[in-house]
Write a protein that binds this ligand. Structure first.
Ligand code: FAD
Length: 516
């Protein structure tokens, strides 16, 4: 093809075969990289001005000497051996050597050597090109050192650290995080923490870099099996980094990550829990004392009211027969004295405890009760099966009264089974979200309540226990009162084969609808 007719052909002046060799020379002379041309034994034949600038050797000092004049004698011999192995077989070599300038100062050279062959394919010369990369290397080292330092700090920190990408995959983590992962049976802790903190997997992160999505949120990780739950205080912050890909070199692009940090607070929680339990125990003991007093006085009033009413009727009868009946006067005096005593007793009944209504988690209340009763349950050899609903609406009510009610029901179950010679000792506790609200079932494997007495047990002062039991027979009636005050129902399930199954239901209209 005629080159003139080819529009893609280079202009005449730039065609290689017409380029003057002086152009090549000028190019080398002006190149801003140290260039040397040697013979086959590395004896220098030519150096350019940049070579002189970098090494301090003028052309007349360098020409005729071996390239080894640049050696600082600290580059390992193996490097030279592999350099020569390559170039002497006609292949180019590139690498880093420690060089020494004419003034004795060392520098790091980034060198590329290309064998130059003659028309027969025999290597006759070598072309060397090198740059001083001392500063670059120092910067690289600083970055590497800093990275290593940060990594060792991050790794030895007692805080769990994980960096998550946009798909919530862990792209970087530390030793503490890996250890927790092993403890969790190689399940990714990050996903569990985010779920426990209430962050849906698909939730969009709107927070700007540096902003917390959540901070110091306490979450509980259940280990399943026999492992006790572990508590962590967690924070999630949005972070960004520059995109390092080539197409982001001029147009700055940023990548969004989530930095998750967590500190284990299981021991702290255990301490807090211990204090909370001690406080709860005190509150419950005081409540039991007051309730006991109220019950005892009410029982005494109830017991006295009967005979006084009988005597009152007798007085009325005698009075109808004769106004002057001396017995009538004496009995009337007795009735008046009795009623005065009753009034005195009524005034001694301590007022019911005042409590604010609030949103409560029934699961937590029952957990408290189990915790408070652990010692007695263990001492009685009772096996507890606790099956809380994983999601339960919260109930608006009186937490202390509800807790006392559940405690009384658990105590009843415990007492029923803790009888000498009774073998079956199992307590089942469960919660469930129903269509209409919340259901709690407390089931024991004790002797149960005979069918004919299942309604009467809710009457005040009725008891199946010999001597009236601890609560003088008001336990279930008080529980019924508490359930009613929460708009709920308490019933004894007839369906159970043996033992006693108490079912409590609380309607949703009385709940907040939040999930506990
Ligand atoms: P040397 O005895 O020179 O070499 C060490 C090893 O290299 C020997 O054991 C041998 O196996 C091998 N070797 C040496 N010469 C030859 C050869 N002619 N053929 C086959 N194998 C051989 N060195 C630097 O330190 N800094 C530089 O900037 C540098 N630039 C170079 C540029 C070019 C174009 C070339 C060709 C070489 C360059 N060299 C450079 C390498 C240099 O020639 C020396 O090999 C090196 O400096 C080591 O010198 P020495 O006296 O310690 O050991």
């Amino acid at each position: 093809m005629n080159p003139e007719s080819d529009p893609s052909a280079p202009p005449e002046a730039l065609q290689q075969d017409t380029l003057d060799s002086s152009v090549f020379r000028e190019t080398l002379e002006q190149a801003d990289i140290a260039v040397s041309i040697t013979d086959g034994d590395a004896t220098i034949l030519y150096v350019n001005p940049a070579f002189t600038r970098i090494t301090g050797y003028a052309a007349e000092d360098a020409i005729g000497r071996n390239q080894s004049l640049l050696s600082n004698k600290t580059t390992p011999r193996t490097v030279y051996t592999s350099l020569w192995r390559k170039i002497s077989t006609g292949q180019p070599w590139a690498g880093r050597l420690v060089n020494r300038r004419r003034d004795g100062t060392p520098y790091l050279a980034d060198l590329a050597i290309t064998p130059v062959r003659n028309a027969d394919g025999v290597t006759v010369n070598y072309l060397g090109m090198h740059r001083d990369i001392t500063i670059l290397h120092e910067l690289e080292c600083q970055v590497r050192n800093q990275k290593a330092l940060i990594e060792s700090v991050v790794d030895t920190a007692p805080v769990l650290i994980a960096l998550l990408d946009a798909n919530r995959r862990v792209v970087l983590d530390n030793h503490a995080y890996k250890k927790l992962m092993a403890d969790l049976g190689m399940q990714e802790p990050a996903q569990q923490i985010l779920a426990a903190a209430g962050l849906e997997p698909t939730a969009k992160i709107e927070e700007e870099p540096g902003e917390f999505i959540f901070q110091d949120r306490e979450v509980c990780l259940e280990r399943g099996g026999w492992g006790a739950p572990r508590w962590f205080s967690c924070s999630l912050v949005s972070v960004e980094e520059d995109d390092a890909t080539a197409d982001a070199f001029f147009v700055r692009q940023r990548r969004r990550y989530l930095l998750l940090t967590a500190i284990e607070i299981t021991n702290l929680r255990a301490e807090q829990e211990k204090s909370r339990m001690a406080a709860l125990r005190a509150v419950l003991a005081e409540a039991e004392r007051i309730d006991g007093l109220r019950e005892s006085l009410s029982a005494a009033i109830y017991q006295l009211e009967g005979p006084i009413n009988v005597i009152s009727s007798a007085v009325a009868m005698l009075a109808r027969r004769s106004q002057s009946e001396p017995m009538a006067h004496a009995l009337a005096d007795a009735v008046a004295a009795g009623q005065a005593a009753l009034e005195n007793l009524r005034s001694e009944i301590p007022p019911a405890r005042f409590e604010e209504r609030e949103a409560v988690s029934v699961n937590e209340l029952l957990r408290d009760v189990l915790e408070l009763s652990t010692r007695s349950l263990l001492a009685a050899g009772i096996v507890v099966n606790w099956a809380p609903a994983s999601r339960l609406p919260s109930l608006v009510g009186y937490p202390n009264r509800l807790r006392a009610m559940f405690k009384a029901l658990v105590d009843n179950a415990l007492e029923a089974m803790n009888v000498k010679g009774w073998r079956e000792r199992e307590l089942n506790l469960s919660t469930r979200a129903t269509r209409s609200g919340i259901e709690v079932v407390i089931e024991d494997s004790g002797p149960g309540i005979p069918a004919e007495l299942r309604l009467r047990v809710f009457e005040p002062f009725f008891s199946t226990k010999k001597g009236g039991g601890r609560h003088l027979g008001t336990g279930l009636s008080a529980a019924q009162q508490t359930a009613n005050d929460h708009g709920g129902l308490i019933e004894i399930d007839d369906a159970v084969g043996h033992g006693c199954r108490i079912r409590l239901s609380f309607p949703l209209r009385n709940s907040e609808g939040g999930l506990a």
